[in-house]
Design a protein around this ligand. Structure first.
Ligand code: SAH
Length: 466
């Protein structure tokens, strides 16, 4: 991040704008939303700027900028639409210790003005560090549409009610009250009775919330999907948004963790390969501890929590402690991976059953019904199959599987660094060794990528896609 976003208190502070034409006016329109003392230095102010000066909204110094003009300024804008003049005035402002912005000159500016969605006092600033103004504009348009125009009014009335609301204990209970106001009672009151109806609605809501009992702790066993945040369910997103504590596994991606409520306590219990870094009983105890203290706990597991997630052990612990819970499904790695092959998982005439198997379990390499799997047309998604590839290959061949059976390995399914390796059963082990996979990988036995069926047969170790 090259630019750190902050909100600057400008009430009563000096802001100087050099320039008096359209470019300066654009900045002035934004600055006039604040209660800063705005001074414009311009030899040739246009009519709009002159009008602002006449109405007392700005102070106009009707000449070119001179040393001393930026003294004590918190912010300074060089907005002359003239590179040479902008550089000259910026040098003066630098010497006078103001923070300098040169309009349309990102690299020489000390700060930049973001795109703003204004529901004062709710203000949203959007910045792309100059990389993609079109994206900033699209986000702004989207938010403008989504945020009700009454939001600012509600926030202002809400702000004045904060002291009264402090009668509720801090934390979840108070948050629940405010969320019920902003997303329910507040908008409903404005719609039904206008601004005057908001205060009585707040009072009624507070009474109701003071009466209700302390909210109990709760656990959401939540699937994070395979890594792409867009593959997260809306339910999972909402749970993350509400979480007090998020206890997450190693395969949950940072982009998804970013979606958790900012104040949530984030606990990494990442497990690596065969050996857990936090033991299962420790994880169980951690979940129970936080939920018993009244926290909304999101136990975030990669993919679907019910697939190779040791979910039952955690549920048993939560049930034993009499804590409520729910399972929020996620897209399991196999579903995401098969989608990248442009294949369906089941196919009439090929396989009418699916096997989701693991390469290893807590005891080591996992055993399966190899004879059944070795039959023609069988399809299996093998999780945690990297280390056990040679073992699986040996077992299947020993039980009569065709050495040319297609095998496809998808590493980092759904993520930007996804790789697809198409091979055959006989070449599985060397393919995996050569590929040197660092990320999580699913091995599909009996499935080839749709558009590479021929390639697979003739070039068993071809890497076909990035
Ligand atoms: N509950 C998870 C599976 C956990 S076991 C789910 O439903 O997906 C961990 C294994 O899942 C990894 O060893 C790997 O085989 C697989 N896996 C998880 N995320 C993956 C991804 N993005 N791409 C490929 N395989 C993945």
């Amino acid at each position: 991040m090259q630019h750190f976003p902050i909100f600057v208190a400008l009430a009563g502070r000096r802001v100087v704008v050099s320039g008096g034409q359209d470019c300066a006016m654009a900045k002035l329109r934004l600055l006039l939303k604040t209660t800063a003392n705005i001074t414009v230095v311009a030899a040739d102010p246009n009519a709009d700027v002159q009008n602002l000066a006449r109405s007392g909204k700005i102070t106009l110094i009707p000449r070119a900028m001179e040393p001393g003009d930026a003294l004590c300024a918190a912010l300074f804008y060089a907005a002359n639409d003239d590179d040479v003049e902008d550089q000259r005035v910026a040098r003066i402002a630098h010497r006078e210790c103001a923070m300098v912005n040169i309009v349309d000159n990102l690299s020489d500016s000390q700060f930049i003005t973001p795109a703003i969605v204004d529901r004062d006092p709710v203000t949203i600033a959007i910045g792309t560090e100059g990389a993609a103004p079109v994206v900033a504009r699209a986000i702004k348009a989207d938010l403008e549409e989504r945020l009700p125009s009454t939001l600012g009014t509600l926030a202002r009335i809400g702000k004045a009610f904060r002291t009264a609301a402090n009668a509720l204990p801090m934390g979840r209970k108070r948050r629940d009250f405010w969320s019920a106001f902003y997303f329910g009672a507040g908008p409903a009151a404005i719609e039904a009775g206008g601004v005057d109806a908001v205060q009585p609605a707040l009072e009624t809501l507070l009474e109701q919330h003071l009466k209700t009992d302390e909210r109990q702790g709760h656990v959401d066993f939540t699937g994070s999907g395979p890594g792409d945040p867009e593959l997260l369910t809306l339910k999972a997103r909402n749970a993350l948004n509400e979480a007090d504590v998020v206890i997450y596994d190693r395969l949950v991606t940072p982009e998804i963790l970013e979606l958790a409520r900012r104040e949530a306590v984030m606990i990494d219990v990442g497990k690596e390969g065969f050996g857990p870094s936090a033991s299962q009983p420790e994880i169980d105890a951690l979940i129970v501890k936080h939920a018993s203290q009244g926290a909304q706990v999101v136990r975030l597991k990669s993919g679907d929590p019910t697939v190779f997630g040791r979910l039952d052990e955690e549920i048993e612990a939560v049930e034993a402690a009499n804590i409520s819970y729910r399972i929020i499904p996620g897209i399991t790695a196999a579903s995401a991976a098969v989608a990248t092959l442009n294949q369906s998982f089941t196919k009439r005439g090929r396989n009418s059953a699916l096997r989701i198997i693991t390469g290893h379990d807590t005891k080591g390499y996992a055993d399966h019904d190899w004879r059944a799997l070795a039959q023609k047309g069988e399809v299996a998604a093998i999780y945690m199959g990297k280390k056990s590839a040679r073992f699986i290959q040996g077992r299947l061949l020993m039980h009569g599987a065709d050495p040319d059976t297609p095998v496809t390995i998808i590493e980092n399914a759904s993520r930007t660094d996804q790789r697809i390796l198409a091979t055959t059963l006989s070449a599985l082990e060397p393919t995996l060794t050569q590929a040197n996979l660092a990320g999580p990988a699913i091995t599909f036995y009996g499935l080839a990528p749709r558009h590479a069926l021929d390639v697979v047969e003739t070039l068993p170790q071809q890497e076909i896609a990035q």
